[in-house]
Design a binder for this molecule. Structure first.
Ligand code: GLV
Length: 335
């Protein structure tokens, strides 16, 4: 029997393509070409599964134009590139890649926090520019990290991993805000105390954002929220662009209403607001929080396992809308 056909939308590890090739006829994109929506739709014809990344928008138009598509497996924990309601309505399963990137992403949150608070990149640029002539007592003096108050907005797996690093490694007082409060034993394990969003903003010396992007979290940090923060505070965004109002943040950083920021994600990325690019007190990285080879391999293998588990056995590993499997629309796609 012919193997089912799948599409891999972006370049990926050869090992992952080899594994997928054991079970599927794979069309890949190792040249990492940029496809328009029409090109994506054209390549999805005849495919029952897609290996996607955060770069591909999977919406009702794509789904309606690809009637054989049964599953999109995202190589990311975030899935705001999926219109999950449309996927559910149109009978397509979505999966993401949670857990495997938790520790690596939390490490990077701390990398940005330390780099921003201790002015690592700013001082490096100064040194490379040949401006370092002699030592001075207050040269690039930054904010204390150990022993300070760490605020976390969004206390899922990654938020909890950031909290543990702060509480256990840096003796920080950790406060958090989340849609729902964690169970007492989890709070104790993270060394974290639940507070209102306003108290979080007012008390944090360093605030790390780790909440998923949605209409509700759009501009969760805007002019009003920034105004509540300490002028000495650091803001770190390892969550998603759009959670912070980048222009309002740039304005606050420029006028000294906030000391520093570390940003891995941006509104409209890969374009970065020029107002941020012009500032020295912000550390900017190109969405690399989960980027270590072992972690990216694990994320890609998990996406592959979702395709294999679902298309061969009907058992996805990390489904987002498992209820879709019972729907008439899904049955129709399976033919
Ligand atoms: C990265 O941003 C992810 O969602 O995995």
């Amino acid at each position: 029997m012919a193997k089912p056909q799948i599409l891999v939308t972006r370049a990926v590890f050869a090992e992952v393509l080899d594994r997928l090739g054991e079970y599927f006829q794979v069309q890949s994109n190792q040249a990492d070409e940029v496809w328009s929506k029409a090109e994506l739709i054209a390549r999805l014809q005849g495919k029952v599964g897609a290996f996607t990344t955060g770069s591909e928008r999977i919406d009702a138009q794509v789904l309606a134009a690809c009637p054989m598509l049964q599953i999109c497996a995202n190589m990311a924990v975030g899935f705001n590139n999926f219109d999950l309601d449309a996927m559910t309505d149109l009978g397509v399963l979505g999966t993401n890649a949670p857990d495997v990137l938790t520790q690596t992403t939390a490490d990077f949150g701390f990398a940005l926090l330390l780099a921003a608070a201790r002015r690592v990149t700013e001082s490096e640029h100064y040194l490379r520019a040949g401006q370092w002539r002699r030592w001075r007592y207050d040269m690039f003096a930054g904010a204390e990290v150990h022993g300070s108050t760490l605020g976390i907005l969004g206390m899922g797996r990654i938020g909890q991993a950031v909290a543990r690093r702060g509480a256990k490694g840096f003796d920080m007082q950790v406060v958090y805000h989340n849609r729902s409060r964690l169970a007492p034993d989890i709070e104790a394990h993270c060394g974290a105390r639940y507070v209102s969003k306003e108290e979080l903003l007012r008390s944090a010396d360093h605030l790390v954002l780790v909440l998923p992007y949605s209409q509700q979290s759009h501009h969760a940090i805007g002019v009003a929220e920034l105004a509540m923060m300490k002028t000495t505070a650091t803001l770190v965004n390892i969550a998603r662009g759009g959670i912070v109002d980048d222009l309002a943040l740039a304005d606050a950083l420029h006028h000294g209403r906030l000391a520093a920021a570390g940003l891995d994600v941006f509104e409209g990325e890969p374009t970065v607001n020029p107002a941020l690019l012009a500032l020295k007190n912000v550390v900017l990285t190109p969405h690399i929080a989960s980027a270590t080879i072992p972690t990216r391999m694990a994320m890609a293998m998990l996406a592959a396992d979702n395709l294999i588990g679902f298309l061969l056995r009907g058992q996805p590993v990390t489904p987002l809308n498992v209820q879709v499997l019972e729907s008439a629309q899904h049955a129709e796609r399976k033919g």
